[in-house]
Design a binder for this molecule. Structure first.
Ligand SMILES: Cc1cc2nc3c(=O)[nH]c(=O)nc-3n(C[C@H](O)[C@H](O)[C@H](O)COP(=O)(O)OP(=O)(O)OC[C@H]3O[C@@H](n4cnc5c(N)ncnc54)[C@H](O)[C@@H]3O)c2cc1C
Length: 427
């Protein structure tokens, strides 16, 4: 017997699963590939700029289990790189194991290679009764949560990018992303680039560290960062393409910025290999993810759900959403914040408890509320929202919501009556 089915085991789905399980719900997490963490398998950066605030808020609210699970996997703590302060970098090879342990601890049932492709609605079409995978297995539950993200499938990367970039999501092997909300008849929203075209290209690649010069590898291992100035002839004009507007700064066009996430995380959506190999230290550079990083990257943000501040999808009465599905919110932290809230509210709903809407006096509450409003406007859909930069970070600063003191944040959360709210029974 299952209470809640969560589709998609990226950061949002994993956070939602833990939050719902902490509320006592029996949770099944369904993932189409053979690995958890989705695009988080290619990420690594935490706590940079306003993401620190959001992480500390989540901790004070008792919802930071995944941050705690990641602690032993951190390769670098409290580092700076252009435009970004106090960042941590997790090891992308170790993170999935740490999160699997956490899911197991909370009794979440995980099914990998389970790609949801079908849905059964109630006779009056108001709620979802079950979902079906591509092998014909059916999963029934009281409530459902769409955490399928917005990356791919291949047709989107071909249409709005430079073709399948052979990223970690491996659509040709496991089948592309299928949105649960779309199966339920929800009309999803698409992000627009400033020039009016659709979606946004992922903003970083991984280079195989062993393919880089030894002194560059040493620098990355020791400091976590390498900023390599690019002569004008080797610069690429990518900034307007990027999903991650926090990195759309001139420093990222004038330099090649590398970060150590186990591999060398290169802060550019793609970079032609012949040009890359003309940079000292990168003469033998080789892409690790996406494999075709010399040509392109995954395209995202083509399938977001209209939803409320409680992250219930506008439409079926037992469907919630989180992560990129919940709006043009970019980042692991953003996915964990929305995942935790959506998982909690899903569990609250099935036990007849009122939903939680985070107040706008917290950075997390403001991000969820403002993004929800912005998604309703064409201008809003042309921007991306992250605690770590761009318009949301500017807004946090202007509203006095960018706080970095754990004590101050805990006091604020306590004053709002939300201390440990995610680790205590709803209601
Ligand atoms: C290359 C790259 C680098 C990044 N680097 C960083 C970084 O360093 N720091 C940071 O904060 N953010 C980074 N991001 C952004 C961040 O990874 C995402 O915004 C966030 O992790 C999204 O999480 P999600 O759970 O919403 O979606 P996803 O990570 O896309 O997860 C969705 C999951 O759902 C699964 N799925 C889809 N359809 C189905 C279906 N029908 N049935 C079952 N499963 C399904 C997918 O396989 C996937 O595992 C990066 C993104 C990319 C692409």
């Amino acid at each position: 017997m299952t209470d809640i089915i969560i589709v998609g085991a990226g950061w949002a789905g994993c956070a939602a699963a833990v939050a719902a399980a902490k509320q006592g719900a029996r949770v099944k997490l369904l993932e189409r590939t053979d690995m958890i963490l989705g695009t988080g398998l290619a990420g690594g950066i935490l706590r940079n700029n306003g993401r620190l605030t959001a992480a500390l808020e989540l901790e004070a609210m008792g919802g930071a289990d995944l941050f705690a699970a990641l602690e032993p996997t951190l390769r670098h703590r409290n580092i700076s790189f252009p435009g970004h302060d106090h960042a941590d970098l997790y090891d992308i090879a170790l993170a999935p194991g740490a999160v699997l342990d956490c899911l197991k601890r909370w009794g979440v049932t995980l099914r990998t290679q389970t790609r949801i492709t079908g849905i059964s609605m109630s006779a009056d079409k108001t709620s979802i009764e079950s979902v079906t995978d591509s092998h014909g297995n059916t999963y029934a539950a009281d409530a459902f949560l769409d955490a399928t993200g917005t990356a791919g499938p291949t047709a989107n990367c071909a249409r709005y990018g430079n073709g399948c970039s052979m990223c970690i999501l491996r659509c040709p092997s496991f089948g592309g992303r299928v949105s649960l909300a779309a199966l339920a008849g929800v009309r999803e929203l698409e992000a627009r680039r400033p020039d009016g075209t659709h979606g946004a290209m992922s903003g970083s690649c991984k280079l195989m560290k062993e393919s880089l010069a030894p002194d560059l590898v040493r620098r990355l291992n020791e400091t976590g960062v390498a900023v390599i100035p690019l002569p004008p002839g080797l610069r690429e004009d990518h900034l307007s393409l990027k999903a991650c507007q926090q990195y759309a700064l001139p420093e990222f066009a004038e330099n090649l910025v590398l970060l150590d996430s186990g591999h060398a995380k290169m802060m550019a959506p793609f970079f032609p290999l012949d040009k890359l190999r003309r940079i000292p230290g990168l003469e033998n550079a080789r892409y690790e993810d996406p494999y075709a990083g010399g040509k392109g990257n995954s395209v995202r943000f083509l399938a977001m759900c209209p939803r409320g501040g409680d992250l219930k999808v506008n439409g079926p009465d037992n469907l919630y959403c989180a992560g990129e599905k919940a709006g043009p919110l970019v980042g692991h932290t953003e996915a964990m914040v929305t995942g935790t809230l959506a998982g909690y509210n899903c569990a609250a709903a099935i036990s007849g408890k009122p939903p939680l809407i985070l107040p706008r006096s917290l950075a997390s509450g403001e991000a969820i509320a403002w993004t929800g409003e912005e998604m309703r406007t064409p201008d809003g859909l042309s921007r991306k929202y992250t605690f770590s930069g761009g318009c949301l970070f500017e807004r946090m600063k202007s509203l006095g919501l960018y706080r970095t003191s754990p004590g101050e944040i805990r006091r604020e959360v306590r004053a709002l009556g939300l201390e440990n709210v995610f680790s205590e029974p709803a209601g």
